[in-house]
Design a protein around this ligand. Structure first.
Ligand code: URA
Length: 269
């Protein structure tokens, strides 16, 4: 790599890191005049957080998930496992009529990004914008997702697998009023999600939010699970808070940044 490319990369990385700081709410830069911190009033100490539950210190405790009707799950498994390519899987989903959500959706939302990417991001379900455009994560949460991953040099638009993202959702159809998908709906779509991941064969999976956590790791509680690497389909899985949650709770972006750095370290390691 030439010096000019290094400088250009550093410049983009610096800009992305700066954008991330602004995203976190940083509004001031450090002044040039030294500050005597011993002269400042004692900061008010926030109340200590409740102690973490012992059992979840290593991995989140699985909670039982209600089963979907077996016939629908079997039909989904058959259809998914017959697909030998991503196009075949998309066709299989388009032909699958047992999920009620399909009836209310305008479009099937299948994927975006680079199918050769090392990182696969698994989201929950399309919202209004995604339903209209037929692409995942194109609304406000998607724009934050793009900025988050740009901060560690990853993009859905990158042609280079090392810096690319592949993005898909557990649910390919928008739930009415953006409600959470039910455990039955998640169980019904799980065979398609697993087949999708097998066909794309990424090095690392990032699950964003409760729905993909439930679909892939069969546990609930993303805020407990986030940041702790797990394993599914023989691949490392990093649970993270959903960007829509980060839009509502900007204070959680600090943890999201830690998770992104952990992902970056995994990719480098
Ligand atoms: N939220 C998701 O989880 N996926 C999308 O595609 C859009 C919003």
């Amino acid at each position: 790599m030439g010096i000019e490319t290094d400088i250009a990369n550093d410049w983009h990385a610096a800009l992305a890191a700066l954008a991330w700081q602004v995203e976190l709410g940083v509004s001031d830069i450090v002044g040039e005049t030294p500050l005597d911190r011993y002269d400042l009033p004692e900061p008010v100490k926030p109340a200590p957080p409740p102690p973490p539950q012992r059992a979840s210190a290593v991995a989140p405790m699985p909670e039982p998930v209600a089963a979907a009707p077996d016939a629908a799950i079997h039909a989904a498994s058959d259809a998914a496992n017959r697909a030998t390519s991503r196009d075949g899987l998309r066709d299989a989903l388009a032909a699958f009529d047992l999920c009620e959500l399909k009836k209310g959706a305008r479009n099937l939302v299948f994927c975006d990004g680079n199918p050769n990417a090392r990182v696969l991001v698994l989201g929950e379900a399309p919202g209004r914008e995604e339903d209209l455009q037929g692409r995942p994560f194109v609304g406000a949460a998607g724009q934050l997702l793009d900025r988050m991953f740009a901060a560690i040099g990853l993009s859905r638009n990158s042609p280079d697998p090392a810096t690319a993202l592949y993005i898909t959702n557990v649910m390919p159809w928008r739930p009415p009023q953006n409600r959470d998908p039910s455990p039955d709906e998640i169980a019904m779509m799980r065979p398609f999600v697993e087949r999708h991941i097998t066909l794309v064969d990424p090095d690392v999976i990032v699950v964003m939010g409760n729905t993909p956590l439930q679909a892939l790791l069969k546990t609930k509680g993303i805020l407990r699970a986030r940041g702790t690497w797990a394993q599914a389909l023989g691949k490392p899985v990093l649970p993270m808070a959903h960007p829509a949650y980060l839009l509502r709770k900007p204070e959680a972006k600090r943890e999201a940044w830690a998770d992104l750095l952990s992902l970056q370290a995994k990719l480098r390691g």
